[in-house]
Structure formats: C-alpha cells, structure tokens
Design a protein around this ligand. Structure first.
Ligand code: PAF
Length: 284
C-alpha cells in the first residue's frame, strides 16, 4: 500500500494504473476509520483492480469550528486498518493542497440538499460537494463508495454527479452497526462511557417504531420516536423526519409514498455528540 500526500504524485501513479486498463475504486473518508469504512474498502477491493482511500478532514463541510477541531484524527491507525483491508493507495493531502485557493463554488440540489442535515447544518452539503467533486476530478474513479449511514449525503452526491455529468458510479454500502445496534461512526470515539451506554437506545427505538407504525399513523409514529428518545436522560432529539425516500420531503401519511424513511439526529451527553441514524418503514 502506498501513501500519497501530493495530488500530482497520486495522479502520476493513477495514470500508469489506467494505462494498463485497470479500474479504480475510490473510498472518500475523513479518517478515524472503523469497521464501517473497512466494509466500504472491502466492497471496492472486490469490484475494482485498484482502490484509493482518501483520508482528509474537510474543513469546508464543518459549520461548527469546535466540531472541526475535535474531529478525531489518527493517520497511523487508519493506514494499519487500510493495509489489512488491502487498499492499494491512501491519499492524505494537506488542506493547502486540496484548497490552494478558497473554493467559492456553490452546490445546491433542492429538494434533497436543503432539508434535514441541509437545514440544520448550513453549508455542510456545499462543503461535501466541494471536496467530493475535487476528489472525483483528482482520482477519476470508475466507482465511489459511500456508507448508507449518511443516507442523505448519498442523495446529494448522486444529484451532484448528475449535475456535473461525472462518469462515476456511486455505490451505496449497508450501514454497519455495533452489536448493540449503534451505527458505526467516527464520532462514537468521542462518546464518554456513560454516553456510549445510552446511545444504542436510538436504534432500539427506531426499530420498535417499525412495529408501532403498523397500527399507528405517521404523526403518532413520529411522536412515539421523539418522546421515547427524549425520555432517556442524556439524549435530545434535534429532528426526526419521516420522508419520501426519493425526494426526502416530509410525508403527511403512510399512503403518500412506497418508499418511506425516518431520519433522526440526536444530541448525546453534555458535550454533546451529534449522532445520526435512519430506519426504512417502506422500501420501493
Ligand atoms: O462521509 C464522510 O466521511 C465525508 O462527508 C466525505 C464523503 C468523506 C467528504 O468529506
């Protein structure tokens, strides 16, 4: 496995790879890698001749300076995991290399980019599109792998790929959970033991709500989730939206769509750590 920090070095290497007719998979990450990332890398290694994993904490997608400062970073541990997963290349650039001049491009893909995370984290998806489009231009992957945990992000990236007419296939990989149901996330490492102990309640309630939804209205199911999670000392729901899986718009009742997803963001603990998750009520 080779580690590159300079764009030109990675591009020279990939030029040779492509000359041999090899396919390239890209797994974009912000590091602090865990089993969720490992599963993306394994998917890519299976599908492509070579796999590039980018490790870059992208400042433009953070709307909160403290969140950026506290974001976990450990390139050495990341490389150890990536070696085990048989990644071929790690691309870990500095901020100045990725953004030699400020990126002033604006990406907006309403309705999918303006609701939920888009509404609660202003500028977040704009920053994600800035960095992901740059990575796509640099690496020119045949396929790029994203985890379903960031479910809305996948919809936004797909909209961007259509808009920019990029020749890359976006591959969605299933969410990876700990044994107690907590969705794997780099932010989980920031949870104190007492916070880690209550965090699985989020998915537990989401799962219970699927059963509950069979005999209750959408509004009742919404309130069931919010009330049950807020009842746990240390958990505070920021939003829970039950949306159409394609447009990501709020639904009024279960019959309005064949593809229904509940998306939640919860603050956990005193710091607090922001956790996101989702559940599918109906899938088309
Ligand atoms: O999902 C993430 O980790 C990030 O948003 C991504 C796609 C690597 C862009 O920085």
């Amino acid at each position: 496995m080779k580690v590159f920090s300079k764009i030109v070095d990675l591009q020279n290497e990939l030029f040779e790879v492509r000359k041999q007719g090899h396919s390239v998979g890209l797994v974009p990450t912000m590091g602090a890698l865990h089993e969720g990332h490992a599963s993306l890398v394994r998917h890519s290694v299976k599908d492509n001749d070579v796999t590039v994993v980018s490790v870059f904490v992208n400042p433009t997608q953070f709307n909160d300076k403290n969140d950026l400062k506290n974001y976990p970073r450990d390139l050495k541990a990341d490389c150890e995991l990536l070696e085990k997963c048989k990644a071929d290349y790690v691309f870990a650039p500095e901020v100045e290399d990725m953004y030699p001049t400020p990126d002033t491009r604006q990406f907006e893909y309403p309705p999918v980019s303006t609701v939920m995370e888009g509404a609660h984290r202003p500028g977040h998806f704009n920053g994600v599109c800035q960095v992901v489009s740059r990575l796509f231009y640099i690496v020119r992957p045949d396929r790029a792998y994203f985890g379903e945990k960031d479910w809305q992000q996948i919809a936004v990236v797909k909209a961007m790929v259509r808009h920019l007419d990029l020749k890359v296939q976006i591959v969605e990989c299933p969410i990876v959970r700990d044994e107690d149901g907590l969705a794997r996330s780099s932010r989980n490492t920031l949870l104190k033991p007492e916070e880690r102990a209550i965090a699985p309640k989020i998915y537990e309630v989401l799962k219970d709500s699927v059963e509950y939804s069979k005999k209750h209205s959408l509004k009742e199911t919404h309130d069931f989730v919010v009330d049950k999670i807020n009842a746990v000392d240390g958990l505070d729901v920021e939003y829970f939206s039950i949306v159409d899986g394609n447009t990501l718009q709020d639904l009024a009742d279960w019959d309005s769509s064949d593809y229904v997803v509940g998306c939640i963001t919860v603050y956990c603990g005193k710091t607090p750590i922001r956790l996101i998750d989702h559940i599918k009520y109906k899938e088309s």
